[in-house]
Design a protein around this ligand. Structure first.
Ligand code: F6P
Length: 369
């Protein structure tokens, strides 16, 4: 009987649940092989670099290789944010980088490898690559991934819940010091241009203030809110700030991207906020914590394992149906799919008039607006 091959890869930042998707695809493919055509699953190391590199780095994902990997963080296929085939970074002799479109080369190489389909697990950047390659004739299926939950075509992405749980556990630990020392504790979380991680953490932890990119803050309003908490003497305040938050008439806090990366690197807003508060007259003692990559690390929560496993199964089923150019999605409590085109159309911002923001206000959380 003819053996059919598919290729799986993970691109962009790692997120807890990637391995559960890979295992889900392999398990579903194996079940299909019992009754139907024989399927083999291969993985490309470091996103599409595994195909572009010479020699190529492709591994066969045997049962043994994927056994038990759903509980592990990271990705067994490795990943990179410096391998976008649409804008591939090429280092020049002077150390600077120029970006080159290598999609035609990639498409040719993939066609020669005779894969029945390619499953690209990644965030918005990766799915833009998926769409471009699909338009060039590749049989492609996307699986959404990101701790930021910033993809609009799916209600949730795996990795997000794990990040929120880690951030909430950390927040709970900081409350101890806030209460004991009567301090203002600022905790900075990830999320890029969306405040999903910040707001969920603020609600779960019981923060007094939550600052998100979608609602620029007024520093004087924050000082007022903090003063109120100290009015009767020993107050304390817990603040969650999203890395992409900014003051009204101000900018995001970023450092230049890493060499060869297309992205600016966010981070450090907790320290900016701290100094802005002091300048605006805040008398309380302030401490800052930047959570960073611990939010992306370790084992996925049970929920993320389930979501990721279901995404893996669905991705393989889209391949079986030859339903290409689509991204798996979780909508209205069911696993479905949307066109890649639709998937990359809009960024998933938190809407200031959403039930989530309004309920947080109902809980007394200030956004500084
Ligand atoms: O998109 C996931 C994310 O963790 C963001 O929240 C964060 O801004 C970024 O990736 C960090 O990227 P890197 O790991 O390249 O520093």
């Amino acid at each position: 009987m003819n053996t059919k091959k598919i290729l799986v890869l993970t691109g962009g930042g790692d997120a807890p649940g990637l391995n559960a998707v890979i295992r889900g695809i392999c398990k579903r493919a194996r079940r299909e092989s019992i009754t139907g055509a024989k399927w083999e699953v291969y993985g490309s190391i470091e996103a599409f670099n595994g195909v572009l590199n010479e020699p190529q780095e492709l591994i066969k994902l045997t049962s043994k290789r994927v056994a038990g990997i759903h509980v592990k963080g990271g990705t067994i296929l490795k990943t990179t944010n410096k391998g976008n085939p649409l804008k591939f970074p090429i280092q020049q002799v002077d150390g600077t980088f120029q970006f080159k479109d290598r999609t035609d080369e990639l498409v040719n190489k993939l066609k020669n490898l005779n894969f029945e389909a390619i499953i690209n697990i990644g965030g918005d950047g990766s799915q833009k690559i998926s769409q471009a390659l699909f338009e060039k004739g590749l049989p492609l299926v996307g699986v959404p991934k990101t701790i930021d939950n910033d993809l609009s075509a799916t209600d949730l992405t795996f990795g997000f819940q794990t990040a929120v749980q880690i951030a909430t556990d950390s927040f709970d630990k900081l409350v101890t010091t806030a209460e004991s020392h009567h301090r203002v504790m600022i905790m900075e979380v990830m999320g890029r241009d969306a405040g999903w991680i910040a707001l969920h953490t603020a609600i779960a932890g019981g923060a007094e203030i939550c600052l998100i990119p979608e609602i620029p803050y007024d520093i004087n309003k924050l000082v007022k809110k903090i003063d109120l908490r100290y009015k009767k003497g020993r107050g304390f305040v817990n603040i969650v700030v999203a890395e992409g938050a900014k003051p009204k008439a101000g900018n995001i806090t970023s450092s230049s991207g890493e060499k060869g990366s297309e992205h600016v690197r966010l981070g450090g807003v907790a320290f900016q906020l701290s100094s802005q508060l002091k300048k605006a007259g805040c008398q309380a003692e302030i401490r800052e914590t930047v959570l960073g990559h611990v939010q992306r690390g370790g084992t996925p929560t049970a929920f993320d394992r389930v979501l990721a496993s279901l995404f893996g199964v669905k991705a393989f089923e889209l391949v079986l149906e030859q339903n290409f150019g689509r991204m798996v999605s979780f909508k209205n409590n069911t696993i479905t799919s949307v066109s890649l085109k639709e998937a990359i159309q809009d960024y998933n911002y938190l809407k200031p008039d959403s039930y989530l923001v309004q309920s947080a206000k109902g809980l007394g959380i200030s956004f500084g607006d």
